[in-house]
Write a protein that binds this ligand. Sequence first.
Ligand code: GLN
Length: 247
Amino acid sequence: MTGTPTTPTLTLVHLYPREMNIYGDTGNVLVLRRRLQWRDLPVTVVPVSVGDPMPADADILLGGGGQDAAQGDIGADFVGRGAELRAMADDGVVMLAICGSFQMLGHEFVTHEGRRIEGVGVLDVVTHGQRERLIGNNWVDTAGELDAGRLVGYENHSGLTTLGSDARPLGRTQTGRGNNGRDRTEGAVRDNVIGTYLHGPVLAKSPRFADELLQRAYRRRGADVELAPLDDTLPLQAATVAAGRPR
Ligand code: GLN
């Protein structure tokens, strides 16, 4: 569907595009932007780096993964935005935080070397690093949490994440290790805030998830926008190849 004159322009905020962008996570921003453009729906992308102001009209915030060192580099700036990020989460802003950004939306990430990187407490999760990394493709069953169903991506992390009582898991890991390799939980959700370990970028192989994020953002703005179907043959094929077989 093409946008009507009342269709709001969605503002996508790309957090720390230089520091927090590994395993293709910037692709999540590109996927959302393109899925809007293909439908002639208006969109603005605003990169926010260390020291930059946060746009007041953010609809969707996207943060990628990073090395422990990169997380340390942006740490003070990120924690300085804590009150603002918590207010945005309370206000229903859609957030997709991958791996390192997911960890930092939680309370803390203690690296495997014992360095503490403070989080902002948007998500009730804590993360502790270990020497062994959890690496590989993963597919996650989000039944009951998302309409999108299966999410497919790639994980590579040393941090093991444990959910507190105020966070629900995004789903159950089927082929990978998920939050901690122990309880088969993957990611975390509260309101419109979603954290996950899935890189890849996850939205390129999970097109229904991409549209679900867009719909959540429109709903929050009170806009009734019907998303016209797109040809998702290629992303779904890629997802099937990457998903492998459940364990
Ligand atoms: N540095 C973090 C970890 O190893 C996050 C890694 C990532 O974003 N892929 O757990």
